[in-house]
Design a protein around this ligand. Structure first.
Ligand code: NAD
Length: 497
């Protein structure tokens, strides 16, 4: 049994609240450690550390901030295997997938290495007679990031990578289910040269989150997690006048047009639906074949592939998929499979009874496939977040555009086709934030911005890329004149011409 505390002011600090949450081993269903849950005093200590670090960090020149990011990237590469193992052991995703979690975060750090260029302002010489105008992007102060369990490395780095490069100081409040990777990231950033207090990691639950977002010294909050909590955090921060972005759940559709290479579509769909046991906000849990003929052929291709999924220990190189994150989540996903049956969908592959020999108490679940799911079913409307693929048959292209467009979530969507014009029209019309064309998981690269629409994203700026820099800075505009002579008063609205 191990214990995780916080990382405040440059050192790992044990919890003092006396409250803890168990860190489970999802392969065995038993606790492997515990994590401290912060009290209000610990929230105050983390904020005080970030406040104290802000004046000097925000005045470090951007090329020096970039150098810290370069060094951090180097340390991340060296520590990749260790980080991946920390993630797999607590989350349950297989090692190759955990490496991807670190890699996609590392790419945001690579993006942040360009901060001297990214944070440049604008300048107009002689905008009026003898008047120059320039703008600058200044850091906000103390930023807070509240992150979900499913990407314990990538999502913290989406946030603090850009925020800190911009000159902010930061408090990351990771998921209490897998806190070890974020704590390790904080150690590595310190080693890379970020001063004490620039990145703090505070573990905790609702109590810590509420105290953080209410704290008068916190300027901005970035949240990623489930939609109801995202919406309440968005409202609470907006009511306090804080800058906020809050990303929520998802139910991503993958459209298969009749002209698609069905073999390729099936292969990509399987990876998108079952990778990471379906616990990805950019997973593809809904397939929409257009036309009954496409549907029949697709299901014939999917069924044997799902039955052959290698579900096993996350450290075993042969495993495609590991266990789910918790007993509660396993029960919830099983409950949705029961619900789909009750609602009248055809259960083509049933993963409920799958047991992994020697790991019977682990949170393992086989892959499931439903056909003839309809939009009125609750099991379609809700996010399941597990290894369950639902096929909703669409009679035509119009229905295929309408289904994801009218769904409550609008994170990602994909279309598989050989028809460029159809793909182009789909991408332009669909009411969803991120679109893949013959790509199942269109997670934008770090130099573009990540963000869903509707109940998948509250607020109006996305993560990383140019939107990330905009979120973590405020623009100041200076209009200047250096007159040689005394100027007369003017009572009319000044015009520059
Ligand atoms: P969650 O909403 O339970 O938790 C997210 C964070 O909020 C955690 O740090 C948690 O400690 C905290 N939290 C939990 N309950 C809270 C409360 N009542 N008040 C304040 N804070 C609270 O989400 P999760 O189960 O960790 O992650 C899975 C969810 O995250 C899924 O819905 C998934 O789609 C979503 N997600 C979205 C994106 C995206 O970019 N849109 C990315 C990854 C995950």
């Amino acid at each position: 049994m191990f214990e995780r505390g916080h990382f405040i002011n440059g050192r790992e600090t044990p919890g003092i609240s006396g409250r803890y949450s168990e860190i489970m081993d999802p392969t065995k269903g038993v606790a492997q450690g515990r994590v401290a849950l912060a009290s209000i005093d610990e929230v105050d200590a983390a904020v005080a550390s970030a406040v104290a670090a802000f004046p000097s960090w925000s005045s470090v020149n951007p090329q020096r901030r970039a150098r810290v990011m370069f060094k951090f990237k180097d340390l991340l590469e060296k520590d990749m295997e260790n980080l991946a193992r920390l993630i797999s052991a607590e989350h349950g995703k297989v090692l190759a997938d955990a490496r991807g979690d670190v890699q996609r975060g590392l790419e945001v750090i690579e993006f942040a290495c360009g901060i001297p260029h990214l944070q440049k302002g604008e300048y107009t010489e002689s905008a009026g007679t003898g008047i120059d105008v320039y703008s600058m992007r200044q850091p906000l102060g103390v930023g807070v990031g509240i992150t979900p369990f499913n990407f314990p490395a990538m999502i913290p780095m989406w946030m603090f990578g850009v925020a800190i490069a911009c000159g902010n100081t930061f408090i990351c409040k990771p998921s209490e289910r897998d806190p070890s990777a974020p704590l390790r990231l904080a150690e590595l950033l310190l080693e890379a040269g970020a001063p004490e207090g620039v990145l703090n990691v505070l573990n905790g639950d609702k109590e810590a989150v509420e105290a953080l977002i209410a704290h008068r010294d916190v300027s901005a909050v970035s949240f990623v997690g489930s939609s109801d909590i995202a919406q309440s955090i968005y409202s609470a921060c907006a009511a306090r006048g804080k800058r906020v972005q809050a990303f929520g759940g998802a139910k991503n559709h993958l459209i298969v047009l009749p002209d698609a290479d069905l073999e390729n579509a099936a292969n990509q769909l399987i990876g998108g639906a079952f990778g990471s046991a379906g616990e990805r906000c950019m997973a593809t849990p809904v397939a929409v074949p257009v036309g009954d003929d496409t549907a029949e052929k697709l299901i014939d291709l999917l069924k044997p592939r799902i039955e052959k999924l290698k579900i096993g220990h996350p450290f075993d190189d042969d495993s495609d998929v590991g266990p789910l994150v918790s007993r509660q989540h396993l029960d919830r996903v099983r409950g949705y499979i029961d619900m789909g049956v009750r609602e009248g969908a055809d259960l083509v592959v049933d993963g409920r009874e799958m047991k992994l020999q020697g790991h019977e108490d682990g949170y393992y679940l086989g892959g499931s496939l439903f056909d003839r799911v309809t939009p009125d079913m609750t099991s379609y409307k809700d996010e399941i977040f597990g290894p369950v693929l639902q096929v909703v048959r669409a009679p035509d292209f119009e229905t295929a555009v309408r289904l994801p467009s009218e769904h409550q979530y609008g994170n990602g969507v994909a279309i598989f086709t050989r028809n460029g014009a159809a793909a182009r029209e789909f991408a332009a019309r669909v009411n969803v934030g991120m679109v893949g064309v013959n790509i199942p998981i269109p997670v934008p690269l770090s130099f573009y911005s990540f963000g869903g629409w509707k109940r998948s994203g509250f607020g109006d700026t996305n993560q990383h890329g140019s939107e990330g820099v905009r979120f973590w800075t405020k623009m100041k505009t200076v209009t200047q004149r250096w007159p040689n002579d005394v100027m007369e008063s003017s009572y009319a609205m000044p015009i520059m011409d």
